[in-house]
Design a protein around this ligand. Structure first.
Ligand SMILES: NC(=O)c1ccc[n+]([C@@H]2O[C@H](COP(=O)([O-])OP(=O)(O)OC[C@H]3O[C@@H](n4cnc5c(N)ncnc54)[C@H](O)[C@@H]3O)[C@@H](O)[C@H]2O)c1
Length: 256
């Protein structure tokens, strides 16, 4: 996974699921991690993890966090940011409300953009930002507000990569499929079953498997990767609808 010794990262959503696994993986690789979350008390207690209260939808809170880091660091001090905080909204088209859209966009799209705006000035060339998208941001998704907010995050990722490229700061998106976390534990069983049915690997992913890709994108080994997206979804989006057709044709392998 490479060493992150001596590096400092901010990870949002760090109290649970993918954010918590990322904070723990970075700490295990020797980094100092500001573990930011509404539920900051639940952030992993490992290595140099410093829990911090943050509402990612609050622009002033991001500025306050940046001021605190700048005061403590004495100059550009931050090697990266992981925007993993997120909320789901599962209402379908006929039931969705303006509030569903406002809340999903505030946390899943505007929040990451506000975070990048506030913290990028603290980052030297070589720093790396990773946004956590979703397979829902690459496909039609039944939860329309959530899906739309993740499509928006793809645009934010690409704009930020363009804007920050001249400073040597990279920005990428990791898009998980069905991952076992508290978020998916709250979904109906039918959602889980349908996801596994549509996933060529036929199993859920773990938060650690997503964290490993995020940690790689943060590292200098990914130094020429920016403005792009990596799906960590067991093949869910890669088959583009081909999987049920292949199954109907009864051919799991070209030789059969
Ligand atoms: N689990 C999956 O299958 C899956 C799939 C695709 C995308 N994702 C995305 O991955 C990210 C992490 O999801 P997870 O499954 O680990 O979810 P989770 O619910 O386990 O964790 C999300 C964390 O974000 C925090 N959070 C929510 N709103 C916040 C706010 N306003 N400010 C600060 N923190 C806030 C929560 O307190 C929680 O600790 C999310 O962006 C989610 O949309 C998850």
């Amino acid at each position: 996974m490479g060493s992150h010794e001596g590096r400092t990262y901010v990870v949002t959503g760090a109290a649970s699921g993918i954010g918590a696994a990322t904070a723990a993986a970075l700490a295990a690789a020797g980094a100092r991690v500001i573990a930011a979350d509404l539920a900051w008390e639940a952030a992993p207690r490992a290595g140099e993890v410093e829990p911090a209260f943050l509402d990612v939808a609050d622009a002033d809170a991001w500025v306050a966090l940046a001021d605190r880091l700048a005061a403590a660091g004495g100059g550009p001090a931050l090697d990266g940011l992981v925007n993993a905080a997120g909320i789901t909204r599962r209402a379908r088209l006929q039931d969705v409300t303006a509030d569903d859209f406002a809340q999903a966009f505030a946390v899943n799209a505007t929040g990451p953009a506000l975070g990048i705006r506030a913290l990028a000035p603290l980052m030297p060339g070589g720093a790396s930002i990773v946004n956590v998208g979703s397979a829902a941001g690459a496909t039609a998704h039944y939860g329309i507000a959530y899906g739309a907010s993740k499509w928006a995050l793809r645009g934010i990722t690409k704009s930020a990569a363009m804007e920050l490229g001249p400073r040597g700061i990279r920005v990428n998106l990791v898009s998980p499929g069905f991952i076992e976390t508290p978020m998916t534990a709250s979904a109906p069983e039918a959602f889980r079953a349908a996801n596994l049915e549509a996933t060529p690997l036929g199993r859920p992913g773990s938060a650690e498997e997503v964290a490993a890709v995020i940690v790689h994108l943060l590292s200098p080994e990914a130094g020429f990767v920016t403005g792009t997206e990596i799906a960590v979804d067991g093949g869910l989006t890669g088959h583009g609808g081909g999987l049920p057709i292949a199954r109907a044709m009864g051919a799991a392998h070209p030789d059969e």
